[in-house]
Design a protein around this ligand. Structure first.
Ligand code: SF4
Length: 450
């Protein structure tokens, strides 16, 4: 392949690989849009890439291993294509910085989580000087200002919108406060403008992102809370659906709970990570709430909004977790009956407090507990999906289904995936679907004529 530096008019390929959370997905979209301004076109085939951007995750040991192994596999590609530039961003990049350059001598650039806006300038420096660079500023490089019309590389029905970055909570197992820094909220007017632009470009649903969205507004000059922001998005934009993640149970206020009944466009789904059902474990995690406190909030949510779907995160095998603690978690699962659950086996993350905690749980015991918990939750999820049969749900049509041939796919307000026969022209519409089939991860149904 010709060197695009020698042929600046020819299109240049950008391959993006994202590991980890939705915040990383959002940053990857920003990178695509920023590099599109320099003439880069996103490619799906890594062989066509002139630049590879690897957005890394270090929240769990397994995710970090995947990043290291993917980086290792790129060496051969770089050998066959010397002009190729490989960039690592995200949490591993922020944490390891120049050490990542030392470890992988085919890596050209490391860019921290607060330097995404500088990626174009930094890439040009690397290309012009031939030097390898690490860019890890303490502050946001020039603010996460985005143009909603340009952020999405492809037309899309749903779009993420970051409303804040960072976290001040310091849960003992979590690296986020170290790699994403303290909480910083974006001004409300900027967020509203981005959502209006997304709405104009055909987006119907936004997912508001932040490590702890409930504390949105702290530190801003304007006097605004997350509840105010939600209400403003509901009344001042035309967006059809609003979702948000992630919420911390300790900051879930009654005002926010009321929004599920009062803000029409707010979807009836809340992801509320509990992490454990044992108060002893929750205290060691520094979660700032008890199992009973969590249950009380769940009861209030269901009283205000009976149709709300609830999902959560659980960490199994936290240091010191006994069989009794684990059974407390199983009891909580039985009481709440989450619609879905993301569960993980604990792993030590560098620089976190829990990494130095004694009484590590035997990995085999932790794996057995995880399996037990996941199979119990699978039964609950399937039972909940089966209970949907016969109901009629409003579904936002997102596009052709990847798994069911010739069908469309979309989501209910409770975030359940539904597949059904519908014309391509239905994409972007909210349609009624009678649910006739239920599986572990999705539903099937028949569209109801308007
Ligand atoms: S709330 Fe806790 S788990 Fe969530 S990002 Fe902050 S420190 Fe990490």
């Amino acid at each position: 392949m010709s060197d695009p530096l020698l042929h600046p008019g020819s299109p240049r390929g950008l391959y993006v690989r994202t590991f980890g959370c939705q915040m990383n997905e959002y940053d990857s979209l920003r990178v695509q849009r920023l590099l599109a301004n320099l003439g880069y076109v996103t490619v799906n085939d890594i062989g066509q890439a002139d630049v590879i951007f690897l957005n890394t995750c270090s929240v769990r040991g397994k995710a970090e291993q995947k990043v290291h192994s993917f980086l290792g596999t790129l060496r051969r590609l770089k050998d066959t294509k010397p002009h190729l530039k490989i960039i690592a961003g995200g949490c591993v990049a922020q944490q390891l910085g120049a050490k990542l350059l030392d470890r992988f001598d085919h890596l050209d650039m490391v860019i921290g989580t607060r330097a995404v806006n500088s990626i174009g300038r930094m890439l040009q420096q690397v290309q012009e000087s031939g030097r390898r660079l690490a860019c890890l500023p303490d502050e946001e490089s020039d603010g996460p200002r985005l143009d909603g019309r340009q952020i999405l590389p492809h037309p899309s029905i749903t779009a993420p919108v970051t409303i804040m970055q960072g976290c001040n909570n310091y849960c003992t197992y979590c690296i986020v406060p170290y790699v994403r820094g303290p909480e910083r909220s974006r001004p409300a007017d900027e967020i509203l403008e981005e959502i209006r632009l997304l709405d104009e470009s055909g987006v119907r649903e936004v997912l508001l992102l932040g490590q702890n969205v409930n504390s949105y507004g702290r530190g801003l000059d304007e006097n605004i809370t997350f509840v105010d922001l939600l209400r403003r998005i509901g009344t001042e934009t035309g967006i059809a659906r609003i979702r948000f993640t992630t919420s911390h149970p300790k900051d879930l206020t009654d005002e926010l709970i009321r929004c599920f009944a009062e803000v029409d466009s707010l979807c009836k789904h809340l992801h509320l990570p509990v992490q454990s059902g044992s108060d002893l474990v929750l205290a060691r995690m520094n979660r700032g709430c008890t199992a009973a406190g969590y249950m009380e909030k769940i009861s209030r949510l269901r009283r205000i909004c009976p149709e709300i779907a609830l999902t959560s995160d659980i960490i199994v095998g936290f240091p010191g977790e006994t069989e009794h603690d684990f059974q407390k978690t199983m009891e909580l699962l039985e009481q709440v009956r989450f619609d879905n659950l993301f569960s993980f086996r604990y792993s030590d993350r560098p620089n976190t407090r829990s990494a130095s905690f004694p009484d590590k749980v035997d990995p085999e015991v932790a794996s057995r507990r995880l399996l037990e918990l996941q199979s119990f939750q699978a039964e609950i999820t399937l039972a909940k999906n089966l209970a949907e049969i016969g109901s009629t749900r409003l579904v936002l049509v997102e596009g052709p289904s990847r798994t069911s041939n010739g069908q469309m796919t979309g989501r209910t307000t409770q975030n359940r995936i539904v597949n059904f026969q519908a014309p391509l022209s239905s994409v972007g519409q909210i349609v009624g679907v009678k649910i006739t089939l239920a599986y572990s991860h999705s539903l099937g149904g028949d569209i109801i004529p308007a």
